[in-house]
Design a protein around this ligand. Structure first.
Ligand code: HEM
Length: 725
C-alpha cells in the first residue's frame, strides 16, 4: 500500500513536474533497452537459436542474412535490398521485418511527435508492436490458412495434409491401432526424414502473413513427428535391465517384417528397420532436417522459439466462416488441430475469443494510462469510471473461460489433445530436449554429437493479454515489490544491494517471464514497453511494517501509473472511489484466476487421477510393430494395464512421500512448485496487489478455492517439468 507519508503530495508533484519531464520512453523501443530487460544467458534457447542460425549462415550474426538467401534463391522476386526503404544491403534485424512490411504497405512510418512531458500511450495499440485497435494481439486480417501450391513450401502443407490422412496418433496410438495403420504412420515419418529441407522463399521472408503460416505448419509438423512415435521407453528401460520384453519385441518386429503390405523387399527391410529404430528411440527427440532447418530460420525471423506456441495454436490459427462478416466472435473458426476432435477446436477457440474480447481491455488500459499521467481530479474520476467498464470486460473473459466446458470434454482434452503440446522440456521418460539439425550436414551427424534444446510447449500462459493486465494493475509475480503484509521476496541487503540471483525468484515469476519469451517478439516488446511506463515516484516507496528504510528495493519496485494514482488517492482521500474501483478491477482479475484454477483442476488434475479411456490407454511398447493373435493381444493388453496401474500407484506413493518431506522441511518447491501451487501463487500475487482492507477477506477466500485442488495435484505437472529449463 502506498505509505501515507509519501502519498499526499505526490499526485500534485507529478502534475506540477510534468511539463519539464522528458517522455519516459522513446517512440521506438531501443534495442539496448530491450537487451537490458531481457538479458538472455548464453545457454538460453534464444542464444542457442542464434547460434544455430549462424551455423547455417555463418555470415549472419543474430539475425538472418537475407542476402545469402537471396543468392541461393534462383527465382527470387524483387530483392529485399531493392525494396528496403533505407537501401541498405546489410542483414535486416528480424524483429524489424513486420514493421518494414507495414511501412512498405503504406502504414504510417512515423508517429506525430509526443508532447513533452506526456507518455506515449498511443503505442498501446500501435502497429510497431503489432497490436491493432480492432483486433488487439490478433492480426486484423484473417491469417493465411494455406501456403499456395506454387511456393516450394507447399510441400509442408502437403505433409500436414498427409499427417491427417494417415491418422497420426499420440504416442503411436492405443492398443486399438492395427499394424497397417502403424506402418502408414511410420512411412509418413520416414517421408519427413527423406524430404529435402526447403529454406524460406522470398515470399515467406518478405510477407509476414506467409511467414506466420510457415511457422504454424512447421511447428504442427514437428509436434506430429515427435509425438506420433511409439513410446519406446518401457522397452528401452526393461531392455537395459535385461528383461524379456526386449527379446519379445524383437520377435514381434521380425514377425511383423514377414508381412508384405504391398511393399517391395527393400521397403519392407527399411520399414522393419524403422520399426526397430523407433522402438529404440532413435528418432524420439530428433527433428528431421526438412522441419528443423526452415523452422529455425522462420523462428528467427518471427522472433519466436522453434516450437509450437500460443501464437501458432491461437493467434495465427483462425479464419472467418464468412469473410464478409468480419471479426466477430460467431464468425471465427480454428484452422489446425492435432486430434481433429471438436474439443480441440473449442479449446483453441476459447483462447481466441478471450483475445477478441480483450481488445476492449487494451483500449481501456490505453485511455486510463493517458488519464493517469494527467492525474488531476477529473482524471481520477474518469479512471474510476473506466475501471468499472474493465470489471465488466474481465467478467466477460471469465465467462468465456467458463464456457470452455460446453464443448471441450475434459478426458479428451487430457488424453487426446494435451499430450501433443509437450515441448522438448517435458518428455516424461525420454532424454530431455529435442535435437534440431541446423543444416543437411548436421542432419548426417549422430544425435550424441548434437545438443538437445529445451523448449516448452504452448500454454495460454503465453497470452500477452493476461500479462498486459498484470502489468497494468502492477501484479508482481517476481516478488520484487513491497505489498501489504508482504516484504519483497527478493531482499535488498543492508548495503542496499539487490540480490539479483535469479534462483531466488519464485517459480511463478520465472514461469511468467519465460512465457514472455514464447510470445511473438513484438508482443514481448510491447509488454516491456508497458512495464517501462512507471509513475515518476518522487517520494519513497511504501515501507512495509516489517522492514526498515534500508530494506526497500530500488528500481524495479517503482509503481505503475495506475497503481500509483490509486494508492496516492487512497492516502490523500480515503473515501475516493478510485482506490475501491482499482481493487474491484483487481478482484475481477482474481475471480478470473479462481475460475481458471477450477478449469485447470477439472481438465488436468482430476483427469490425471483417473484412468484413461481405452482408446488412449497407455500403449505397451510390445504392441508396437507387432502382429498378434487376438488372444495374445488380450493378454498383452491386460499386462499393459496392470503395469500402468502399478506404475501409477508407485508414482502416487512417491509423490506423497515427497509432499510430506517438503511439508516437514517447511520448504517451498524443493522439487519444483507444482501446478496447483503455481496457479495459486499467481492468484495470491493478484490478491496482494489490492490496496484496501478487503485483502484479508480475499486472501481467506483464496485459501478456500485453493483447497478445492490443493490435494489434487497432477503428477506430470508441466510446471514442475518446466523448472528444469
Ligand atoms: C481448458 C482450458 C485451460 C486449461 C486446462 C489451462 C491450464 C493451465 C495450466 C496447467 C497452467 C499452468 C502453466 C502451464 O502449464 O501452462 C495455466 C497457466 C495459465 N493459463 Fe491456462 N488453461 C486453460 C485455459 C486458459 C485460457 C483460455 C487462458 C487465457 C487466454 C489461460 C491463461 C493462462 C495464464 C495467463 C496462465 C499463467 C498463470 C496465470 O496467469 O494465472 N488459460 N493454464
Amino acid at each position: 500500500m502506498a505509505s501515507p507519508s509519501s502519498s499526499p503530495s505526490s499526485a500534485g508533484k507529478q502534475k506540477a513536474a510534468s511539463p519539464a519531464r522528458q517522455p519516459i520512453f522513446p517512440r521506438w523501443p531501443e534495442s539496448n533497452e530491450e537487451s537490458e530487460y531481457w538479458e538472455v544467458p548464453p545457454d538460453h534457447f534464444l542464444a542457442q537459436q542464434d547460434k544455430a542460425t549462424s551455423r547455417l549462415y555463418p555470415a549472419s550474426s543474430s539475425f538472418l542474412d537475407y542476402a545469402y538467401l537471396d543468392e541461393q534463391e534462383a527465382q527470387a522476386g524483387p530483392s529485399r535490398q531493392a525494396s528496403a526503404s533505407d537501401g541498405s544491403a546489410s542483414p535486416l534485424p528480424l524483429a524489424e521485418l513486420a514493421r518494414f512490411m507495414e511501412a512498405s504497405a503504406g502504414a504510417p512510418t512515423a508517429a506525430p511527435p509526443i508532447p513533452v512531458g506526456m507518455p506515449d500511450t498511443t503505442t498501446l495499440a500501435g502497429a510497431d508492436f503489432d497490436i491493432d485497435v480492432r483486433s488487439g494481439f490478433l492480426p486484423p486480417e484473417a491469417p493465411l490458412d494455406r501456403l499456395p501450391a506454387e511456393l516450394p513450401e507447399a510441400q509442408w502443407e502437403h505433409m500436414l495434409q498427409q499427417a491427417r490422412i494417415v491418422g497420426l496418433k499420440i504416442n503411436g496410438g492405443g492398443v486399438a491401432v492395427d499394424d497397417a495403420e502403424r506402418a502408414r504412420c511410420r512411412r509418413w515419418r520416414r517421408a519427413m526424414r527423406e524430404l529435402s529441407p526447403v529454406t524460406p522463399s522470398h515470399k515467406l521472408r518478405t510477407d509476414i502473413r506467409y511467414a506466420r503460416r510457415g511457422h504454424v505448419v512447421l511447428t504442427f509438423l514437428a509436434h506430429f513427428y515427435i509425438h506420433s512415435q511409439p513410446q519406446a521407453t518401457l522397452l528401452a528401460e526393461k531392455g537395459a535391465h535385461g528383461s524379456k520384453t526386449s527379446s519379445t519385441n524383437r520377435w514381434l518386429t521380425s514377425l511383423w517384417a514377414g508381412k508384405r503390405n504391398g511393399m517391395s523387399n527393400e521397403q519392407m527391410a527399411q520399414d522393419a528397420q524403422d520399426a526397430r529404430d523407433e522402438l529404440e528411440g532413435k528418432y524420439a527427440a530428433r527433428l528431421p532436417a526438412s522441419i528443423s532447418v526452415p523452422l529455425l530460420l522462420l523462428s528467427s525471423q518471427l522472433d519466436l522459439p522453434p516450437v509450437l506456441t500460443y501464437a501458432d495454436t491461437v493467434l495465427w490459427n483462425w479464419r472467418f466462416k464468412d469473410a464478409s462478416k468480419g471479426l466477430v466472435a460467431s464468425n471465427l473458426e480454428i484452422v489446425e488441430t492435432f486430434s481433429g476432435a471438436p474439443s480441440e477446436d473449442h479449446f483453441f477457440l476459447t483462447s481466441l475469443l478471450i483475445e477478441l474480447r480483450g481488445v476492449s481491455a487494451l483500449d481501456i488500459m490505453r485511455v486510463c494510462l493517458d488519464e493517469c499521467f494527467l492525474g488531476d481530479s477529473v482524471a481520477k474520476r474518469r479512471v474510476a469510471n473506466y475501471l468499472d467498464i474493465l470489471v465488466e470486460v474481465i467478467g466477460d473473459l471469465e465467462q468465456i473461460l467458463r464456457d470452455v466446458r460446453t464443448d471441450c470434454e475434459p478426458p479428451t482434452f487430457y488424453w487426446a489433445i494435451r499430450p501433443w503440446f509437450r515441448g522438448g522440456d517435458s518428455s516424461p521418460h525420454r532424454v530431455k530436449g529435442w535435437i534440431y539439425p541446423a543444416n543437411e550436414w548436421e542432419d548426417s551427424l549422430p544425435s550424441e554429437s548434437l545438443t538437445p534444446r529445451l523448449f516448452t510447449g504452448p500454454s495460454a500462459g503465453q497470452s500477452s493479454l493476461i500479462h498486459a493486465l498484470d502489468v497494468f494493475f502492477d501484479v508482481d509475480h517476481a516478488g520484487t515489490k513491497a505489498r501489504v503484509n508482504r516484504p519483497p521476496r527478493r531482499a535488498v541487503n543492508r548495503d542496499g544491494q539487490v540480490n539479483a540471483d535469479a534462483t531466488d525468484l519464485p517459480e511463478d515469476a520465472t514461469f511468467m517471464q519465460r512465457m514472455q519469451l514464447y510470445m511473438p517478439g513484438q508482443h514481448r516488446r510491447f509488454l516491456t514497453h508497458l512495464q517501462s511506463l512507471r509513475a515518476d515516484v518522487a517520494t519513497a516507496p511504501p515501507v512495509p511494517v516489517e522492514l526498515s528504510e534500508g530494506d526497500i528495493p530500488t528500481g524495479p519496485a517503482e509503481e505503475t501509473p495506475l497503481r500509483h494514482l490509486a494508492a496516492t488517492t487512497l492516502a490523500s482521500s480515503p473515501t475516493h472511489a478510485l482506490p475501491k474501483k482499482y481493487d474491484a478491477a483487481l478482484g475481477a482479475l482474481r475471480s478470473l484466476r479462481d475460475e481458471h484454477m477450477r478449469i485447470a483442476t477439472l481438465y488436468i488434475v482430476s483427469q490425471a487421477r483417473s484412468k484413461p479411456p481405452p482408446e488412449y490407454a497407455a500403449l505397451n511398447a510390445e504392441f508396437v510393430g507387432g502382429t498378434l493373435e487376438p488372444k495374445q493381444q488380450q493378454q498383452l493388453k491386460r499386462r499393459a494395464e496392470d503395469e500402468a496401474e502399478e506404475e501409477q500407484a508407485k508414482a502416487k506413493a512417491k509423490k506423497e512421500a515427497e509432499a510430506m518431506e517438503v511439508e516437514e522441511k517447511g520448504a517451498k518447491g524443493t522439487g519444483g512448485t507444482n501446478l496447483v501451487q503455481f496457479l495459486k501463487a499467481c492468484r495470491i500475487n493478484t490478491v496482494e496487489t489490492l490496496l484496501g482492507q478487503v485483502q484479508a477477506q480475499a486472501a481467506a477466500l483464496d485459501e478456500k478455492v485453493g483447497e478445492e485442488a490443493a490435494d489434487a495435484d497432477s503428477p506430470g505437472s508441466p510446471h514442475k517439468r518446466r523448472r528444469s529449463q
